[in-house]
Write a protein that binds this ligand. Structure first.
Ligand code: PMP
Length: 424
């Protein structure tokens, strides 16, 4: 066995939940891909800072200065965590969705965006601007096919600014994408590339320099920090040249009433340009704390632990003939601690509800905000929404949605074993 990495101890391991029969069991949180539990260390850091927090970049008082320092130090910690290049910047956002919408808002007019239809909606949809074209690439069936498809699409694209957006690890299959190869292909054609690292960063080191991506986006709440803060990091030029994502205080360097009655604004350069309003200082500090904890613990132990759990999970599920694991690149392709499946003759929503009510196991069911991908994996059309919003299949029919199990730091063997036993 590979033991739990203690420096990455998480909160909530001893939460008791009631089952249908009234009995109580400890909750098995197997939905890390939606939101991971916070690290104890992150919680402690935030609690230690809480009595001192003040507004940043505004106050002359001691606590405002302290908070400004901590906020800017948090930016530097994230830059280190992502191994950014000189001149790159870290913008604090609300989460990955916000980060990618921010990037979409700064694209030069006439940009063409290339995105695989297999992406999460957060990386599939923000590019739909009137002055931006989007090419949706078909679901590839191997990493090589993904690289070749991008190569071909970019080769056919006329001159002009181009952006590729790609996920590092799928939120549905957990499969790791060939980011370095896609980045090299993008750059060979003069395109830029943004990495959606929402699912990769919590499981693997992400070096912007080494992967050679232009931007990276991730969410605090999937990286063992609380909700409400995320990151967009990378090249400054497009960010500094565009109108601010949000107009307001903090983004403006100087605002003056003109003689003709209009108002002239000089916007900030750097991260402040896109961080108008009072920023989420605690969120940024929590992300930095999580980055530090992951760096100090090292990813090796976490990766080894997750791979061990994946092996245990897959071996267990392989013995249940009714289970079909969803995969784009093949079951042997490297994945993070995320796996989706369907069970023959079972409706995935009912199945997941039973895992919760009868076994105290929390997973996710549905189409995981990646409708085209899940539809491709299930090989069928999406059913019309049911009353509760989820596509419905009656017992005995082919399921039109899936079940996702996901885990990470702090997941004990027992959670995976209980899950496999419950499925069986
Ligand atoms: N991209 C991927 C791959 C994701 O899994 C998610 C969250 N499920 C997002 C983007 C969006 O993240 P958030 O909801 O934190 O904005």
């Amino acid at each position: 066995t590979v033991s739990v990495c203690e420096p990455l101890a998480v909160l909530g391991r001893d939460v008791e939940v009631p089952l249908v029969g009234g009995e109580k069991v400890s909750y098995a949180a197997l939905d890390y891909a939606a939101s991971a539990p916070a690290l104890q260390r992150v919680w402690d850091d935030v609690a230690a800072y809480a009595p001192y927090y003040g507004s940043v970049h505004r106050g002359a008082g001691y606590l405002s200065q302290l908070s400004t320092d901590l906020f800017e130090q948090s930016r530097a910690t994230v830059a280190e965590f992502l191994d950014l290049r000189d001149g790159d910047q870290v913008v604090f956002t609300r989460a990955t969705t916000d980060s990618l919408n921010l990037l979409a808002s700064v694209l030069p007019a006439g940009t063409r965006v290339f995105v695989f239809e297999t992406e999460h909606h957060a990386s599939l949809l923000p590019w739909r601007r009137e002055d931006v074209g989007v090419s949706y690439l078909r679901a590839p069936r191997s990493p090589q096919e993904a690289v070749a498809a991008l190569d071909q699409a970019l080769a056919q694209c006329p001159e002009g600014p181009k952006l590729v957006c790609v996920t590092g690890a799928s939120n549905v299959t957990g499969e790791i994408w060939p980011v370095r190869e896609l980045a090299a292909t993008a750059h060979r054609h003069g395109a830029r590339i943004v990495l959606d690292a929402a699912q990769l960063a919590p499981h693997h080191p992400v070096s912007v320099r080494d992967l050679d991506v232009d931007w990276v986006a991730f969410s605090g709440h999937k990286l063992y920090a609380p909700f409400g803060a995320g990151v967009l990091a990378g090249r400054s030029d497009w960010l500094d040249a565009a109108e601010p994502y949000l107009a307001g205080g903090g983004a403006s360097r100087s605002v003056a009433r003109e003689a003709d009655g209009s108002v002239a604004v000089e916007w900030q350069q750097g991260p402040a340009r896109h961080e108008a309003g009072s920023p989420n200082v605690i969120g940024a500090y929590a992300i930095a704390s999580a980055c530090k904890a992951l760096t100090e613990a090292g990813f090796e132990g976490l990766v080894a632990r997750e791979q061990y759990l994946i092996g245990r999970l897959r071996a267990g599920l392989a013995e249940i003939p009714q289970v079909k694991v969803l995969t784009l690149f093949g079951e042997e392709h490297p994945r993070v601690g995320v796996l989706s499946f369907v069970v023959q003759d079972w409706n995935s929503s009912h199945f997941s509800a039973a895992l919760s009510a009868e076994y105290g196991i929390g997973v996710r069911d549905g189409l995981f905000c990646a409708h085209p991908l899940v539809r491709t994996l299930l090989g069928g059309e999406e059913a019309p929404p049911s009353e509760c919003g989820a596509p419905e299949a009656l017992p005995g029919e082919r399921s039109l949605n899936a079940i996702r199990v996901s885990f990470g730091a702090g997941t004990p063997d027992e959670h995976v074993d209980r899950f496999v036993a419950a499925v069986r």
